[in-house]
Ligand binder design. Structure first.
Ligand code: DGY
Length: 438
C-alpha cells in the first residue's frame, strides 16, 4: 500500500509544472479539464493547497461566457491538435492570458471540489480553512460553468446534455459514437495535418483509427469557422448527441455545488435553487433515457433522432446519479457485476470494461472500445458508496487497486491480461490510486 501510494505521488510530482499537472508526461503534455478535476482529488492527499491551485489554474482558463475549455495548453510541443490548429486565439471570450481548445468535457469539477473539502476537513483545521475559503472564492465561477451548460447544452425536450464532439464525452472513440460519426462527412477543404498521438503509444492500434481522427478534425474545423459561438456550433455541427453519462455527472455536480453553498452558508440562494432544478431535470432525463426493462440508459443522436443502443459502460449512468428506483437499480447492479460485465470469465480484475466483452466489436486493446479505465471504475465505486452500496464499492476499490498494482499507472488496461495500455504515468490513474489508498 505505502509503496504504491508513494509511486502514485511521484507520478503527480513528476508531471507537475507548478501551476498544473499534465495529463501524462509525453502523450498529453497539457491540462485536460476532467483529468484536472480527478488529479486535484489525488493532490488533496499530498497537499490541499496544491490541489486547490490545480482547480484555480483550470478556472483561470474559463471563457467569459462560462465555458470551461477541455484543454489548457502549456508551451510543450508534441501534441496535435495544438492551439494553432484550434484557432481560438482570435476568440475574444477566451482569457487573453492562456491558450485553450474550444470545446468542453464532462462537468465533474464541483464533484472534485466537494471531495477535496471533505479530504481537507479530515486532514486538519488549517487545510479545511484553505479549502473552504477557496470554495467561497471559486463558487461563482463554477456556477457560471454550470449555467453555461444549462443555457447552451441542455437539449429540450429530452433534457440530455448535448455534446458536439466525441472528445466532449471524454470517451473519444467509444462505439457509442459510431453511428453519429458515420454522419460526419469531412469536407475536401479540411486543412492537412499529421497525427502525433499514435507516436506516444507502443502500438497505434491502441488509439483511434485514422478514419475516426479525420472526423474529429473536421468537427473542430466546423466549429473554428463559427468562432466556437455556442448557438452557431449547435446549428452547424455535424455531430450533436445527448450524452447520458455527462448528463448523470451534471446532475451529481449540480447537487454537489449546491451542497457546498449550503454547507458554507454562501449567499447564493437563487443560484442554489437553479442548481437543484438542473440536478432534478438531468436526473429525470437520465431516467427517461433508460430502457424500461433493463434499466440501461442510452444516448440520443439529436440529428437523426436515433437511440444509440451499444452496450458500453456509459449505459450504467443511472447508477452514477441514482436516477432509477427499485427494482431497476438492483437489476442494473446485477447486470454490471454479472457475466456480461465485471463478472465476465477471465478478467484480471473484476471491474467493468468500457464495452461489454459480449458486445460486437469489443476490442480489448483499443482505447474506449474495450479496455478497463481506472478512472471510470473510481467514478462508479464513488457513486456506489454514496448510494449506500458500500460492500460493492469496497470490492471495486480492491479490484481497481489490483489493476494498478504493477505501479505503471496506465491510462487504460487490457481486461484479460492486465497489461497497461496507452500512456503510462497517467496522472488521473495515479490520483485515483491515492484516493483509494489514503
Ligand atoms: C486526445 O487527443 O486523444 C484527447 O483525448 C482529445 O481531447
Amino acid at each position: 500500500g505505502t509503496t504504491l501510494a508513494a509511486r502514485a505521488a511521484a507520478v503527480l510530482r513528476d508531471n507537475d509544472t507548478g501551476a498544473l499537472v499534465t495529463a501524462s508526461p509525453k502523450l498529453y503534455p497539457h491540462m485536460w479539464s476532467w483529468d484536472a478535476a480527478f488529479i486535484a482529488i489525488g493532490l488533496a492527499y499530498l497537499d490541499v493547497r496544491r490541489a486547490l491551485t490545480e482547480l484555480g489554474t483550470l478556472l483561470a482558463a474559463q471563457w467569459s461566457d462560462g465555458m470551461l475549455p477541455h484543454i489548457v495548453f502549456t508551451d510543450a510541443d508534441g501534441y496535435f491538435p495544438g492551439p494553432d490548429r484550434w484557432g481560438t486565439d482570435t476568440v475574444t471570450r477566451r482569457p487573453a492570458s492562456v491558450r485553450t481548445s474550444g470545446i468542453c468535457q464532462p462537468p465533474v469539477h464541483a464533484i472534485a471540489l466537494r471531495r477535496i473539502v471533505d479530504v481537507a476537513r479530515a486532514n486538519s483545521a488549517g487545510e479545511a480553512a484553505l479549502a473552504e475559503s477557496f470554495t467561497a472564492r471559486a463558487w461563482q465561477a463554477l456556477y457560471r460553468w454550470h449555467r453555461w451548460i444549462a443555457r447552451h447544452r441542455i437539449a429540450e425536450p429530452q433534457g440530455l446534455l448535448t455534446i458536439v464532439h466525441g472528445w466532449e464525452s471524454g470517451m473519444d472513440n467509444s462505439p457509442r459514437w459510431d453511428a453519429p460519426y458515420a454522419g460526419v462527412r469531412p469536407g475536401p477543404d479540411l486543412p492537412p495535418y499529421v497525427r502525433l498521438d499514435t507516436l506516444g503509444v507502443d502500438d497505434p492500434a491502441e488509439r483511434p483509427s485514422d478514419d475516426e481522427y479525420h472526423r474529429y478534425l473536421w468537427l473542430i474545423e466546423q466549429m473554428r469557422r463559427v468562432g466556437y459561438e455556442p448557438v452557431e456550433v449547435l446549428a452547424t455541427s455535424d455531430f450533436r448527441v445527448g450524452d447520458v453519462f455527462s448528463t448523470a455527472l451534471f446532475a451529481v455536480a449540480c447537487d454537489d455545488l449546491a451542497d457546498l453553498a449550503d454547507d458554507l452558508s454562501l449567499p447564493f440562494r437563487a443560484e442554489v435553487a437553479g442548481l437543484r432544478m438542473w440536478a432534478a431535470r438531468s436526473r429525470r432525463a437520465v431516467a427517461d433515457a433508460a430502457d424500461p426493462v433493463s434499466g440501461l440508459a442510452f444516448d440520443l443522436d439529436l440529428r437523426s433522432g436515433e437511440r444509440l443502443r451499444t452496450r458500453t459502460v456509459a449505459a450504467f449512468a443511472p447508477l452514477l446519479c441514482s436516477a432509477l428506483a427499485e427494482p431497476l437499480e438492483t437489476r442494473l447492479l446485477s447486470d454490471l457485476t454479472g457475466p456480461d460485465w465485471a463478472g465476465h470469465p477471465g478478467l484480471t480484475a473484476a471491474v467493468p470494461p468500457s464495452v461489454s466483452p459480449r458486445e460486437n466489436g469489443f476490442d480489448p486493446r483499443r482505447y474506449w472500445r474495450g479496455p478497463q479505465w481506472p478512472v471510470v471504475v473510481w467514478l462508479f465505486s464513488f457513486a456506489l458508496r454514496r448510494g449506500g452500496h458500500t460492500a460493492l464499492a469496497r470490492h471495486w476499490r480492491q479490484e481497481g487497486l489490483r489493476l494498478l498494482s504493477d505501479g505503471s499507472f496506465g491510462e487504460y488496461y487490457e481486461p484479460f491480461t492486465g497489461e497497461p495500455l496507452g500512456s503510462t504515468q497517467q496522472s488521473w490513474t495515479a490520483a485515483v490510486a491515492l484516493d483509494w489508498l489514503c
